[in-house]
Design a protein around this ligand. Structure first.
Ligand SMILES: *Cc1c(COP(=O)(O)O)cnc(C)c1O
Length: 376
């Protein structure tokens, strides 16, 4: 079955490893946790209580592997929330804004802009760097400390899913200003210095599991912050940290899939091995783009994403380029490659090649692209 599937280049919800599909479907039928003799273990993950011992073991192991596999420091609380990364755009300023201190943002495209818009609704917000003037084709140079001195926090988007840019390395802030990072589309794509991140968040559906689960990790010191205005119970990080993300019913199914994904990363050799494979996969595509006269990479060297590779097709005018893109996408679809259409705000094409995307799928895409160019 798996060998005849289409290659899935979807930007999200996105591909997961075959073993995760297998383990998860087994758990939907009947959990059968080794060594667990409770009745819940004979039931489906979809129908057991989030207060049961059987579920609790899944929940705790998933949290443990967030530290052990993703490298989230033990100083940080792990939260399993809902509402997607988009709710974090609001929860971050609600919880971390300090009266009289601006919230600072780096603007690297669509998702950053949405985060900035939420912060602006709540208080003073400054954009301290942006790549808007070059159509978000790069990560702007990180500003020096005086640009954010005294800020409530600095927010970045570590991978720009739509434009295909990614921080090569996480910035190290000076002073005691916390760094907040939207890591939705590149968490776990390589080893990262997560001790630099005071609060990180990721909608699970790009690299970690299904939609409907959001991973948040935050340094426990941040829980002591007095928010600038009162925050409703469900929107307070403290509520979830104090209750181990069991204040209300979590996305129990999503947590099980997350656990299966984290076990898979561990068994593959961790983020080190995954990162090496991701580098290889992305390098093949960028090499092709840089040596082609038909395809043009959108992202500039030094800012290129390992996860989302974006390009346009050249033409003597916009019409020819649009027609070629349309034909490219139709032929790719016919060749069993799904999800290559670029985001409507950028146009062109985008190959999302997340952790679980197989290297032979990248090879197949490269071969298809070379052949298409030869015929063009
Ligand atoms: C997909 C994505 C989001 C939005 O996530 P939702 O879970 O749909 O709210 C936010 N930020 C980035 C970087 C993304 O890739």
């Amino acid at each position: 079955l798996m060998s005849t599937r289409p290659y899935n280049f979807s930007a999200g919800p996105a591909i997961l490893p075959p073993v995760v599909f297998e383990r998860t479907s087994e758990a939907v039928r009947r959990l059968d946790v080794p060594g667990d003799t409770s009745l819940e273990s004979q039931l489906s993950i979809l129908e057991i209580s989030h207060r049961s011992k059987t579920y609790d073991a899944i929940h705790q192991e998933a949290m443990e592997l967030c530290h052990a596999v993703l490298g989230i420091p033990r100083t940080h609380a792990i939260l399993f929330l809902q509402g997607g990364a988009s709710l974090q755009f609001a929860m971050v300023p609600m919880n971390l804004r300090i009266e009289g201190k601006a919230a600072c943002y780096v603007d690297t495209g669509a998702w950053s802009k949405k985060a900035i818009a939420e912060s602006k609704q709540l208080g003073p917000t400054e954009v301290i760097a942006s790549s808007a003037d070059t159509r978000y084709d790069r990560i702007p140079a990180f500003p020096s400390a005086d640009a954010y001195a005294g800020a409530s926090y600095v927010h970045i988007t570590t991978n720009n899913t739509i434009f295909g840019t990614e921080y090569a390395e996480l910035p190290q802030l000076e002073g005691d200003v916390p760094l907040v990072a939207d890591m939705s589309s590149n968490i776990g794509d390589r080893p990262m210095l997560l001790e630099r991140v005071a609060l990180g968040y990721a909608g699970a559906q790009k690299n970690l599991g299904p939609s409907g689960l959001t991973l948040v990790f935050l340094h426990r010191d941040l829980l002591a912050r007095e928010p600038a205005s009162p925050v409703p119970t469900m929107l307070r990080y403290g509520t979830h940290a104090e209750n181990d993300s069991l204040y209300n019913t979590p996305n129990t199914f999503g947590v099980l899939v997350l656990l299966n994904v984290l076990r898979w990363i561990r068994d593959e050799g961790g983020t080190q091995a995954i990162g090496a494979r991701n580098q290889r996969k992305a390098a093949k595509l960028y090499e092709l783009l840089d040596t082609s006269s038909l395809y043009q990479a959108h992202a500039q060297p030094g800012s290129r994403s390992l996860m989302n590779v974006t390009w346009t097709l050249a033409g003597k005018d916009e019409d020819e380029s649009a027609a070629r893109t349309k034909r490219f996408l139709a032929e790719a679809e016919a060749a069993g490659m799904s999800g290559l259409k670029g985001h409507r705000s950028v146009g062109g094409c985008r190959a999302s090649i997340y952790n679980a995307f197989p290297e032979e799928g990248v090879d197949a895409l490269c071969a298809f692209m070379r052949e298409f160019e030869r015929k063009a």
